[in-house]
Design a protein around this ligand. Structure first.
Ligand SMILES: *Cc1c(COP(=O)(O)O)cnc(C)c1O
Length: 384
């Protein structure tokens, strides 16, 4: 089976991990800072804090912004459940903003309408979590302008989008957001096995993330509230977690980040071949806005909803590991129990019913890709 996504592990990655494994530190060592610096540099961000997963990063990002019970957090329905769960972890209420079905990205019109209504009802969100679906950035300039106007924070869920650019700036530069979260799960653009990074331009937020990822403990002499009792002394000043990444993972991350540019270029080249092949026959796929250089985490076909299931099964039977991203979060039983219903976010639901993610990863061969394209061509006859 050709998978829909797959990590690329080279000898240099393996050597980096082995070197760290035989060094003095395998958990909290020098590779973590090296990794954070590499990501900060790649993203043009002043601060980068590595954590154990993007899920942990989203949780800490919400906490760092003070999200708690009684607060409201908005995200989109077509995302991984973690984009919504992070708010619930903090005791906040979650709601969703519909998307643009052509791009899969948060709809600025829908956001605008929802904000107008929320203001009338006195129930504005504290935080908005736009998702850079498939590796293309949301319209962050518009989101930033609305955030200023209505007074909410913005956390970018950029799990799909390391290496992407928006108006020529790297996603993660956090020019239009308070915090930006990346995932390094193996199907994403670069990997640390499990892992993530949060970038920000705000020193105070970066410091809060550092405390929160390690139990809320600080050893910073200037911040101690009681007299220093000796070299062993530390203080737990807030309730944090063990959300640390390990030095082994960070070593892999450093090696992978060195190839970030090439890995995204390979995805771009494969995506261009898909686009060319599908444009020729009028086959519809998810569009990338012109303001974006996508990292192409996903290449999503949009086929008539009534044929999606049969086409999906046929592709799997042909040995193509297609997938669907994502079942709308508000359809999940957990969220239904919170009061959400089918039909509430029609564009996200329409998007979901038509979506099939095709294999896309740097080591996908052209022969494999040609085979996939051929199979899609054959299926197209069944769609009319
Ligand atoms: C993968 C993903 C996450 C979670 O990432 P982990 O690193 O596995 O915790 C969150 N949001 C989106 C959109 C994702 O794709």
């Amino acid at each position: 089976m050709i998978p829909y996504g797959r990590q690329q592990i080279l000898t240099s990655d393996i050597e980096a991990v082995i070197d760290t494994l035989s060094s003095d530190f395998i958990t909290q060592g020098p590779q973590i800072q090296a990794f954070e610096q590499a990501i900060a540099q790649a993203c043009h961000a002043p601060y980068a804090v590595a954590i154990s997963s993007a899920t942990a990063g989203l949780h800490l990002a919400c906490l760092a912004l003070g999200v708690g019970s009684g607060d409201l957090v908005w995200t989109v329905p077509n995302t991984f459940v973690a984009s919504a769960n992070c708010a619930v972890y903090c005791g906040a209420d979650i709601d969703f903003v519909d998307i643009d079905v052509q791009t899969g990205l948060l709809s600025i019109d829908a956001l605008h309408t929802k904000l107008t209504q929320a203001k009338q009802q006195g129930r504005l969100p504290k935080v908005l979590i736009p998702v850079h679906f498939g590796g293309a950035s949301c319209d962050m300039r518009s989101i930033h302008a609305l955030a200023q106007q209505y007074g909410f924070f913005v956390i970018e869920d950029a799990s799909h989008a390391i290496g992407a650019r928006y108006h020529e700036q790297p996603v993660g530069s956090s020019l239009y957001a308070d915090l930006c979260v990346f995932s390094f799960h193996p199907v994403k653009i670069i990997t640390t096995a499990e892992g993530g990074v949060v970038t920000t331009r705000h020193q105070a937020l970066a410091e809060r993330l550092l405390d929160l990822r390690t139990h809320g403990i600080t050893r910073d002499a200037e911040r101690l509230t009681r007299p220093d009792e000796g070299p062993w002394y530390y203080e737990q000043q807030t309730l944090g977690f063990n959300y640390r990444i390990t030095d082994l993972q960070a070593a892999l991350g450093v090696a992978q980040t060195q190839r970030l540019h090439d890995l995204v270029a390979q995805r771009q080249a494969l995506a261009a071949r898909y686009r060319q092949a599908f444009d020729a026959l009028g086959i519809v796929y998810l569009k990338v806005p012109e303001s974006c250089y996508s990292s192409y985490h996903l290449f999503v076909l949009q086929i008539p909803a009534e044929h999606r299931k049969a086409s999906f099964i046929a592709l799997r039977e042909a040995g193509i590991g297609v997938n669907v991203h994502y079942i709308p979060v508000h359809w999940q039983p957990y969220y239904r129990d919170l009061g959400f219903q089918q039909g509430q976010f029609p564009q996200a639901e329409l998007y979901y019913r038509q979506a099939i993610s095709l294999p896309l990863f740097p080591d996908l061969s052209m022969a494999e890709q040609d085979f996939i394209i051929e199979q899609v061509y054959q299926l197209q006859h069944t769609w009319s």
